[in-house]
Design a protein around this ligand. Structure first.
Ligand code: MF3
Ligand code: CO
Length: 280
């Protein structure tokens, strides 16, 4: 007979009481599974360190004339050399080890020998790692050669959107605080926020609850509790927010108006006093 389930790691009683109090007030509160144990946090931290080193490896090698397939090779081989597994490979049928999204591609671009990085391109490289069973997820934008001021501004403001989102996250705050901060900052700068794709819980699986929207209203959405780990990954468009999915490959997300889009992503941990970035 199983007396104790492995998932029912007891919460700190004070935290448990506080969650109950918010639930009685009518707030949406996280389930036990969304609150990681110390052991799980350490595992996700180790995975995140490798994920960061993979992105650093890409940063050192990415250059004009390279194909996105070359980036895939860099990510795949380096990840394996660290004793880890690239999470995208075969995920729901995704055929490669990393997502590479160039210019008007919003996300989920599939690396290809036919896509050559050209002077002036902006490219998102989205790396996700499984290490010792734990998942981490982060992406950065890279500027290829000389990039126009207009595109550089999009990349910079999108990075700032991620920063204001992270700064808005705190224990006993709400997911809507993050969404509002990002939406406000993006729209103030004349850009639009993609609605169809969100951040997500991460750690024991690639994509867990909750969904982390990049638009919203302060004080709404799920309560943030110490031990929650999720991504924040705003996709910001220079033009309209509308997108479509490439029918040929079923994956690549592209802006409807074919104007450029940018994205930055980090995995973060809600702590007792604030927020800790697990990836960079
Ligand atoms: N890395 C993406 C994210 O940020 C997910 C990509 S799913 C894949 O959530 F299959 F395309 F890799
Ligand atoms: Co993600």
């Amino acid at each position: 007979m199983m007396l104790f389930s492995r998932n029912s790691n007891p919460l700190n009683p004070e935290v448990e009481e506080k969650i109950k109090k918010y639930r009685r007030l009518g707030c949406v509160v996280p389930t036990r599974k969304m609150i990681k144990t110390e052991e799980q946090i350490e595992g996700i931290r180790a995975s995140s360190l490798i994920n960061t080193s993979v992105l650093d490896h890409v940063a050192q090698h990415i250059r004009v004339g390279m194909t996105t397939e070359d980036i895939n090779t860099l990510v795949h081989e380096y990840t394996l050399s660290r004793g880890a597994i690239p999470a995208p490979l075969n995920y729901e049928g995704f055929p490669k080890s990393v997502c590479t999204s160039v210019n008007e591609e919003v996300c989920h671009g599939i690396p290809s020998k036919d896509v050559v990085l050209r002077e002036g391109d902006i490219v998102n490289v989205d790396v996700s790692t499984i290490y010792n069973g734990y998942f981490s997820d982060a992406s950065r934008m890279f500027l290829i050669g000389d990039v126009s001021p207009e595109r550089r501004r999009l990349v910079d403001v999108t990075r700032e959107c991620l920063e204001v989102g992270i700064e808005a996250a705190r224990p006993w705050g709400f997911l809507g605080d993050i969404g509002e901060a990002i939406q406000h900052y993006a729209e103030k700068n004349g850009y639009s926020v993609v609605r169809e794709f969100c951040g997500h819980g991460v750690g024991l699986q690639f994509h867990e609850k909750p969904e982390v929207e990049h638009v919203g209203r302060r004080g709404t959405g799920m309560l943030l509790v110490p031990g929650m780990i999720f991504t924040i990954e705003p996709m910001i468009n220079m033009g309209k927010p509308d997108i479509f999915i490439d029918e040929e490959n079923g994956w690549t997300v592209i802006t409807e108006d074919e104007q450029p889009s940018a994205q930055w992503e980090n995995t973060v941990l809600i702590t007792e006093t604030g927020v800790e970035r697990l990836t960079w």
